[in-house]
Ligand binder design. Structure first.
Ligand code: FAD
Length: 473
């Protein structure tokens, strides 16, 4: 039986992956993308902006049969390399070993791979086509090309993967209010670059780490890419007293600040002035919607439905999970698209809300806590509990990053684990004073065991029950 035709708005990371997954499942997919073909940009742009892929992203890429190709374009990051003001750096591993790492990949390279794969699967892309309006009732789209020529298009099943500023979302909201809420973080970011080093070592600093320079209310991070450069991102408050993007308006003022606050980073960026003055300030916000779909007509995925800040490196990973879930639901919907869209929202929204909350918490952690003694004591005890009772204690970061357990489950379990850490440290002060038997019995009283094979948590599509989560202190 011929499957439905789908009109996808946005051929970015999530849109292109979804196009591939739907086309592979027999749907006839047409994608309208505002930008130019990323495969042409790949060869013309000098700079690369990187993203971190974790297990959820890999799981989706494996589902699409693309993990091997993506891996060849990625650089392993074992942990956070934390750089102090004194220039000292120390690695905080993300996981137990090299099986628990994240990977840095170029956004444009990955996008090009996904578009290639979607086209190979039969999807059709129209680049340079911006959605400027939509009649959701009649399913008619208004599209504008690069020459400002407008045309109408009779859409089919409508999917919006057009990112945080989604035009389809605006049109859906006019037709039926979606309950849109945007919470700005008050912080912004600017992209800078450490170029490859000269000589035998291609990378100017350790390549297999995500570098962080935490400085209280602000920070810089750097991620490697295979060509040897690092993509540096400066996160700062947008407004207020120094330092903020208001006060550091240009490279001349920012140079002195950088030299003082990031003394080991600043000399690695010979194009600092050019980058600082040439690149825009991105604004960070969290987007919440009450509804992600309009009956069976239109649905939103990825950032269009739930944009989050980048502090857990999970926006794309979460969007990739959306893509797999939606493709499977539509493939099994038997033409009940309204039912499939409703189920998609029901399954994915609690998880999107959970990763949004964890992301905001992770921002504070990355910015402030990585050098805080109580935080470091908790990290030390967490490492001890992981060794003593791996089935009962897995840090929330590991649950989010190295498993496919639903985000909402990771959030709930992480809250209880945190309470256990606080309680043990309250009773015994130092991690090395905590007795093993008391630690294990406290964990067993608080939490059910994780299902594991070796060190790995078994893959779950749905949240397992948490029967013992009512842990009182
Ligand atoms: P987008 O990537 O925004 O793609 C939307 C697409 O729609 C674009 O191609 C756009 O051109 C197109 N479009 C927009 N409007 C229209 C229109 N009107 N008509 C037609 N097309 C349109 N996530 C991670 O998982 N790991 C990370 O390490 C990470 N780091 C990040 C760092 C930063 C600084 C930022 C800002 C985000 C980061 N993210 C990360 C989040 C990640 O970038 C997003 O979650 C991801 O790009 C969402 O993909 P998407 O396809 O939903 O949206």
């Amino acid at each position: 039986m011929a499957r439905q035709a789908v009109t996808l708005i946005g051929g970015g990371l999530v849109g292109a992956l979804l196009a591939q997954l739907l086309a592979t499942r027999g749907f006839s997919v047409t994608v309208f993308e505002k930008r130019s073909d990323p495969r042409r940009l790949r060869f013309t742009r000098g700079r690369t902006i990187n993203l971190a892929i974790a297990e959820r992203g890999w799981h989706a890429l494996r589902t699409a049969g693309l993990a091997e190709r993506a891996l060849q374009m990625s650089v392993m990051m074992r942990g956070r390399m934390v750089h102090g003001r004194d220039g000292e750096a120390s690695l905080q591993r993300y996981g137990l070993d090299d099986n628990e790492v994240i990977w840095s990949i170029s956004r444009s390279g990955l996008n090009a791979l996904l578009v290639d794969a979607a086209e190979e699967a039969g999807a059709t892309f129209h680049f340079g086509q911006t959605l400027t309006g939509a009649d959701i009732d009649e399913r008619r789209l208004a599209l504008t090309d690069r020459e400002d020529v407008q045309r109408e298009y009779a859409a089919c099943l409508l999917i919006g993967a057009d990112g945080a500023g989604s035009a389809l979302r605006a049109a859906m909201d006019l037709y039926q209010p979606l309950g849109i809420r945007v919470e700005p973080l008050g912080h912004g970011y600017k992209e800078l670059e450490i170029p490859p080093a000269t000589g035998s070592n291609r990378f100017a600093i350790e390549p297999h780490a995500l570098h962080i320079w935490p400085r209280g209310g602000y920070m810089s991070i750097a991620t490697p890419n295979i060509a040897g450069s690092f993509n540096v991102t400066l996160f700062l408050p947008l407004h207020g007293p120094c330092p903020s993007f208001d006060t550091l308006r240009d490279a001349a003022t920012a140079s002195a600040f950088f030299g003082r606050e990031f003394p080991d980073l600043f000399p690695l960026m010979p194009c600092f002035a050019e980058d600082f003055d040439g690149h825009p300030v991105g604004k960070l916000a969290t987007l919440y919607l009450d509804r992600w779909h309009v009956d069976g007509r239109a649905v939103l995925v990825g950032d269009a439905a739930h944009a989050i800040a980048p502090f857990h490196g999970q926006g794309m990973n979460c969007g990739f999970e959306d893509a797999v879930a939606l493709a499977d639901l539509l493939a099994n919907a038997d033409h009940d698209t309204a039912g499939a869209f409703a189920q998609f929202q029901q399954v994915r929204k609690p998880n999107a809300d959970a990763i949004a909350a964890m992301t905001l918490e992770n921002y504070v952690e990355m910015r402030d806590s990585v050098a805080d003694p109580h935080y470091l004591a908790k990290l030390e005890l967490a490492a001890q509990l992981t060794q003593w009772a791996p089935q009962y204690f897995m840090s929330r970061y590991r649950l989010v990053t190295f498993t496919t357990l639903p985000y909402a489950y990771a959030y709930a379990r992480g809250c209880v684990q945190d309470q256990v850490l606080e309680r043990l440290l309250r009773d015994f002060s130092r991690p090395c004073d905590v007795p093993q038997d008391i630690a294990i019995s406290t964990l067993q009283q608080a939490l059910p065991p994780l299902q594991m094979i070796g060190n790995r948590v078994v893959h779950h599509e749905h949240a397992p029950a948490l029967p013992h989560l009512a842990f009182e202190f």
